[in-house]
Design a binder for this molecule. Structure first.
Ligand code: PGA
Length: 254
């Protein structure tokens, strides 16, 4: 799938191991390393131990390596289980109280542990049709805060960093399935690359930046054909076998 990637964020779905296993089996028929599956943690490591054909991602992680942190899981544990990616700062976690400082510590621990963070950023509301100054400023602040602990002098950290632009208002659970337009998402992603350069990232332009928010089998082509967009982070549609297969297929062709 060349440089592009498709990430499936199953969130707290499906309800049973059997359904989860069926979803994995279906993706294994066509998936490769550029398809990243992020199942709930309870099943993630079972799958990631057994299967290395696709890539595996966690939906969250704690920043300490080990110790008295009841209920938490560390980066070394995920790495040991064959997990390569970790979603950091997803808006649904931020809504549950995750602060910018926590996001920054998690991001740094994922980089330190040799895994790839997928940093989620995005404004809560959209005032107009295309990215406006307020929205750009909101996203720039999220980027600055999340990357505050990253030393860009250690250039080797950066190619592992992935950014997902996920405008909160376009996430299907909130928008009822109305996505951003591909043109407007591409515009914000191009702003994100400029912002990364302003923050001090020497390779900001070559980082992977994904779009997420109500991507489905019908609208995916619009996103896949935008040069600025390096892939998609898919929630709801990643739980539907046929739709997810089509989404990956469209990215392969474009
Ligand atoms: P959605 O979710 O595709 O269901 O909008 C995307 C996400 O929240 O990561």
């Amino acid at each position: 799938m060349n440089k592009k990637m498709v990430v499936a964020n199953w969130k707290m779905n499906p309800s049973t191991y059997e359904e989860a296993e069926n979803l994995v089996k279906s993706v294994l028929k066509y998936g490769d390393k550029d398809v990243v599956l992020c199942p709930p943690l309870i099943w993630l490591t079972d799958f990631s131990h057994k299967q290395r054909k696709v890539s595996w991602g966690a939906q969250d992680v704690f920043y300490e390596k080990a110790g008295a942190y009841t209920g938490e899981v560390s980066v070394p544990m995920l790495a040991d289980a064959g997990v390569s990616y970790v979603l950091v700062g997803h808006s649904e976690r931020r809504a549950m109280g995750e602060t910018d400082d926590l996001v920054a510590r998690k991001l740094q621990s994922v980089l330190d542990g040799g895994l790839s963070p997928i940093l989620c950023v995005g404004e809560n509301q959209r005032m107009g049709d295309s990215a406006l100054i307020e929205e750009k400023e909101f996203v720039a602040k999220q980027l600055r805060e999340a990357l505050q602990l990253v030393s860009f002098a250690q250039g080797d950290n950066e190619p592992r960093l992935v950014i997902a632009y996920e405008p909160v208002w376009a996430i299907s659970a909130r928008s009822g399935g109305v996505a951003d337009t591909p043109e407007s998402a591409a515009l914000m992603i191009s702003h994100i690359r400029s912002m990364l350069e302003e923050i001090g990232s020497p390779v900001g332009r070559s980082l992977k930046v994904l779009y997420g928010g109500s991507v489905n089998a019908e609208n995916v082509k619009g996103f896949a054909t935008q040069e600025e967009i390096d892939g998609v982070l898919v929630g709801g549609a990643s739980l539907k076998q046929d739709d997810f297969k089509k989404i990956v297929g469209v990215f392969r062709k474009n």
